[in-house]
Structure formats: C-alpha cells, structure tokens
Design a binder for this molecule. Structure first.
Ligand SMILES: [Zn+2]
Length: 112
C-alpha cells in the first residue's frame, strides 16, 4: 500500500502559479456503449473486417496509479500519475501520518 499526502503545493495552469491543491484518488467512470472507439471495436468483433481481435498475448503487470489534483481557487482539476506500473494501491493520508518518527519528535520539540 503506497501512501500519499492529502494536500500538495503544486503548479496550477489556470492560475499560472503554485497553489495548495486537494488530492483525490482517480476512479474510472463507466464506459459508454455509444462512444466511437467502442462502436468501432464492436464492428471489428463481428468479423466483417479482416482479422478478428483475439486474446491478449502480452499481459501487463499492475497499473499506473492516478490521482486528481483540485485547485481551491479556480476549481480546476488535473490528473497526475504517481510512479510506474505497480500492483500497489494508492491511499490518501493526512499530512501528519506520513512523517517519520524523528520528524514527529522534531515537530513536538518546536511546539513545546
Ligand atoms: Zn487554480
């Protein structure tokens, strides 16, 4: 299980500057049966157009983990891919949870 902080300070293309953006996990929407690509694929599977698509010969291991960043000022959403293909699933955690033990000690020292 890979972890990621729930807020990231990063560039927003609409505001043209860095802002503190919310992090959300990307969820794939339901595929429309009427989209152009799906219609073309269905037609190909009927067998009128040359070779019919068969089973995949290459199996890819894992998936790219995608997150969605949302800018609080202009509400623009942008996608970002974290790392490479992996079986690990991303998890959004609060900022304090990602700190290591030494960093936590340092932060408590500074507050007291
Ligand atoms: Zn923005």
């Amino acid at each position: 299980m890979a972890k990621i902080v729930d807020t990231i300070r990063t560039y927003c293309p609409k505001c043209n500057k860095h802002t503190l953006q919310k992090v959300k996990l990307y969820k794939k929407g339901k595929q429309s049966p009427f989209s152009v690509g799906q219609a073309r694929y269905d037609r190909k599977l009927t067998g009128y157009v040359g070779k019919v698509k068969g089973k995949k010969s290459v199996r890819k291991i894992g998936k790219h983990q995608k997150i969605i960043l949302e800018c609080p000022t202009c509400k623009k959403k942008q996608e970002r891919i974290i790392g490479t293909r992996t079986k690990k699933v991303l998890e959004v955690v609060k900022k304090g949870a990602l700190l290591s033990k030494e960093e936590k000690k340092a932060s408590t020292r500074s507050t007291t």
